[in-house]
Design a protein around this ligand. Sequence first.
Ligand code: NAD
Ligand code: UDX
Length: 465
Amino acid sequence: MKHIKNICCIGAGYVGGPTMTVIANKCPEIDVTVVDINARRIADWNSENLNELPVYEPGLPELIKETRGRNLFFSTEVDAAIDKADMVFISVNTPTKTYGKGKGQAADLKYIELCARNIAKVATTDKIVVEKSTLPVRTAQAIKNILDNTGNGVNFEILSNPEFLAEGTAIDDLLNADRVLIGGDETESGQEAKNALSWVYEHWLPKERVLQTNVWSSELSKLVANAFLAQRVSSINSISALCEKTDANVAEVSRAIGFDSRIGPKFLNASVGFGGSCFQKDILNLVYIAKSFGLPEVADYWEQVILMNDYQKRRFAENIITTLYNTVSGKKIAFYGWAFKKDTNDTRESAAIYVADALLEEQAEIVVYDPKVTAERIYADLDYLGTRTSEENRRLLTVVTDPLEAIQNAHAVAVLTEWDEFKSYDWAAIFEAMLKPAFVFDGRRILDSEKMDTLGFKYYKIGES
Ligand code: NAD
Ligand code: UDX
């Protein structure tokens, strides 16, 4: 069996960085080089100060410390790393298209195509090319066409190996993956390539957890896994609205249905809405693919998961406005959390962005505290929406690094991310420092209702009346 000696990963992002760190850490005999065209990102990955890594993930700095410079390297020398490698992972971003055909739904594959063309241009030896990015079903064919028609006559095997890690738990998810999926051709050389990649993962995972399929099943399974997970969140969020009208408690409903082993307890936490770079993008992509194949009912079915998520974010913002006597103009609202979930500095598609946007439209004054997200990122998120000028965003919203500063004379606190530290704050002191009546809108259900009531707060928790 072919043993891989040199890996190159194109794309040093939330997936490429942690995934390659774990591979290098567990496979000391393989040299792993992670490359990116973003020089600042690479400099941050190489930073001496491990608090400056571009991705915040628990457990990541320790692994980087052990592995970087040993057999893990971060570099901007893309071509040299590709040529040296016998296996090249493509782990670049595949955002939703913002222009042209499929705008707002289809995945934008321009970065993938650039990578394929670059690999074809520089490769002088045979390579296994691994799609790590999430891609629409049948993308491997396009990559193969480019590689075969523009290359230097070397042989390329294309594999699909989607990544299932969740941010905030990436290292643990990689080390203890439920499964690894490898799709490839059923030819002899395709099988050999699948086994070569499987061998990499078998350094730390039992062989039974490595599932081999054809390429198309693998590509599609990634979209479907995310669609099913997001569907669970939208399902319970729809029920949270009903609970608020009926005196039922969404936590009790989740627990009651989750005890059914056919349903299971995970991913049933009602929230202000799911965020992150994957769920919405991948479902939109699934919707687009279904439409393209003439299956409008299938497309409508999955689109509903997103519509429900939009409703949940809107509902949360509208409830703040209604509860604050139908006007938030000039009122100070403290946001606890901006990241799309705890233990990450990633804010892509975070519910906080949309809730803030709705409240800023009503002239609220927002003060944000998040333990890991920078002010630069927060303003970039708001500016990207294009709802108002960037000067206005900076006038109406401020970012602080002290949670107590955020709530001074605030009318309300909105909890947008479930950071653990929010639970252990001195909420009595927070109550004292706020204007009265002091409102708390808990979009993550992390605070204790009884305690908050006793302290005197007007406390609203998603999914409870
Ligand atoms: P990211 O934006 O964090 O990182 C992508 C990186 O690729 C960027 O640093 C960018 O500069 C680089 N890049 C783009 N084009 C390049 C090129 N031609 N040459 C070199 N570098 C290039 O994205 P991410 O979150 O790591 O996601 C990557 C892929 O993995 C996406 O397809 C995503 O859907 C998928 N995925 C993401 C997650 C997640 O939790 N973030 C989980 C599973 C799968
Ligand atoms: C997701 C998938 O879980 C992962 O397998 C895939 O590789 C990438 O997309 P991620 O987006 O990083 O991972 O985080 P995830 O834990 O899935 O959470 C996504 C969003 O759903 C977050 O905003 C989270 O707060 C929300 N969520 C999740 C809920 O609101 N309730 C839940 O019960 C679970």
